[in-house]
Write a protein that binds this ligand. Sequence first.
Ligand SMILES: C[S@@+](CC[C@H](N)C(=O)[O-])C[C@H]1O[C@@H](n2cnc3c(N)ncnc32)[C@H](O)[C@@H]1O
Length: 217
Amino acid sequence: MTAQTERKPIDHHLEKVYGATTSEALSAAYLGWAKDYDTDVSSMGYRFPILGAAILARHLLKNDATILDAGAGTGLIGGWLHDLGYTHLTALDLSPEMLHQARSRGVYGQLEAGDMLKRLPFPDNSFEAVIAVGVFTQGHVPPQGLEELLRVSRSEAIVVIPLMKNSWEQLGFKEKAMELEKSGIWQRIDQTPWCPPMPNSSDHKHDLGAVFAWCVQ
Ligand SMILES: C[S@@+](CC[C@H](N)C(=O)[O-])C[C@H]1O[C@@H](n2cnc3c(N)ncnc32)[C@H](O)[C@@H]1O
C-alpha cells in the first residue's frame, strides 16, 4: 500500500458521519471530530467551502446582507465569507462542539444550535442568503430539510448548496430541486461543473460534486 492510498483518520471520521442513521449518532460522530475537523478536511483538499463562498459572492453583491450558514460546522464558510467582506453572518448547527469551534473564529454575529429537520430558531423571511455546505449529503440532511431553509429565506434570497453527484441523483435532491422550481418557489441561477471536491481523500477522491445556486422567488 503506498502512502497515497493508505487510509487516514479522516477516512474513519467520514465513514462514521456518512454512515450515521440517527441525529444522535451524527452528533456523536461530530463530537469526536470537531477538534481535528479543519486539519483533516484540509488534508483531503476539501473544496466545497471555498467554492460555495465563491458562488455566493458571484451573486450577492450586498456586503451587509443577512447570511445564514446552515450546518456551519467549525465555520470554514464563515471564515471565507468574512474574508470576502460579508459582515452579517449567522451560524446554525446540530453539534454544539462544532459550533464551539465556529465561535472561536469570531466571524459570526449569531450562533445557534438547531436541527434543520425541526423548526429553526429564526422567524420567517430572516435571511437574504443561505449557504449549506456538506450538509445535504449521505447520513446528514435529506431534501425535506430544504423546506425550513426556504421558510427563513426572504424573497430574492440566494441559496447556495454544494451537492455530491450521488446525493443529487440518488438521494432525491434533483427531484426536490425541480419540484421547487416548477412550483415557482425558486429558480436555479448557477451550477459549477462537476469536479472532485475531496481530491486527496483515499476513499472519495474520485467522487464528483457541484455547487448549485438558486434565487428564491
Ligand atoms: C460535513 S460538516 C460541514 C461543516 C461546514 N459546513 C463545512 O463545510 O466545513 C456537516 C455539518 O452539518 C451539521 N448537521 C448535520 N445534520 C444537521 C441538521 N439536521 N441540522 C443542522 N446541522 C446539521 C453537522 O453537525 C456538521 O457540523
